[in-house]
Write a new protein. Structure first.
Length: 80
């Protein structure tokens, strides 16, 4: 299990207190495209054209982390 996989597992168990840099690192690993065009939000777009927008705060709210994990699961075809 790689470091990114461990981070994703920790996110599933505890969706609190995650930063945008962690989400971006996981997105890189799973091939999810993101950009931050100088705004306070980061849109993540999966290869299946699904998209979520996450506020780039110091600590991201759990609802956005759960949406991000669901996007990863749908991208990978996981039904956990």
């Amino acid at each position: 299990m790689s470091k990114i996989d461990k981070l994703l597992a920790k996110m599933r168990n505890n969706p609190r207190d995650w930063g945008i840099e962690t989400l971006q690192a996981i997105a890189d690993r799973y091939g999810i495209i993101y950009r931050q065009p100088g705004t306070s939000h980061v849109p993540f777009r999966a290869t299946n054209r699904q998209k979520i927008t996450v506020p780039a705060n110091k600590s991201i709210k759990p609802v956005y982390v759960k949406q991000f994990v669901a996007l990863i699961d749908e991208t990978e075809g996981n039904d956990e």
